[in-house]
Design a protein around this ligand. Sequence first.
Ligand SMILES: Nc1ncnc2c1ncn2[C@@H]1O[C@H](COP(=O)(O)OP(=O)(O)OP(=O)(O)O)[C@@H](O)[C@H]1O
Ligand SMILES: [Mg+2]
Length: 201
Amino acid sequence: MTQYLIEALNVSVNYVIKRGLLGKPLYSIKALDNVTLRIMRGESLGIVGESGSGKSTLARCLAGIIKPNSGRILYKGRDIYSLKGEDYIEYRRSVQMVFQNPHTSLNPIMKIRSILKDVLRASGKWSKGGEERLIELMKAVGLREDILDRYPIELSGGQAQRVAIARTLATEPKVLILDEPTSALDVSVQAQILELLRELK
Ligand SMILES: Nc1ncnc2c1ncn2[C@@H]1O[C@H](COP(=O)(O)OP(=O)(O)OP(=O)(O)O)[C@@H](O)[C@H]1O
Ligand SMILES: [Mg+2]
């Protein structure tokens, strides 16, 4: 039997736009209607659709950021909302998301070094000599080491997006969800980020 890494099964999402006095939904938008997809290890899947068609919503469902109103999200064959303890932690570590705007996805009051250290610590991958790992991560995304001592605001859009990618790589993810990671960047930087993602694959 094929083991899928991640699956969305008959997923529907409604966003409630307006609620009544007792919180009862009065008006909602159907962002996803019965969507099913399955992704195997090593596979890449691109989703194309017009603005507002639900691409980001689907990405957030797969990453466990929003819960579908109906349908299920499976990681290695198991419903992500039934995962407990270690299994849940493994899912959170293994499925990472890179957002559209790098500057809003990096904590502005932390230097890059601390941002990366935090993630390594949280995923149990920080140890003495961890500084080496930080330098490796910077190299992997084509950034110089001195960027580690800067704040996100001191980086260009392309550099910030590279840091966001380095942060996801720190946990050694099995699934990387990219929600238009280049749309906030200018064209030449877009090409560099796409090339970087191709290399990392
Ligand atoms: N948090 C939210 N609350 C209410 N409605 C939302 C919310 N997020 C998205 N929507 C609505 O859900 C629908 C799908 O939005 P979504 O962001 O998933 O589309 P998208 O395909 O990613 O669009 P884009 O290409 O512009 O990024 C849209 O009609 C949008 O207005
Ligand atoms: Mg979107």
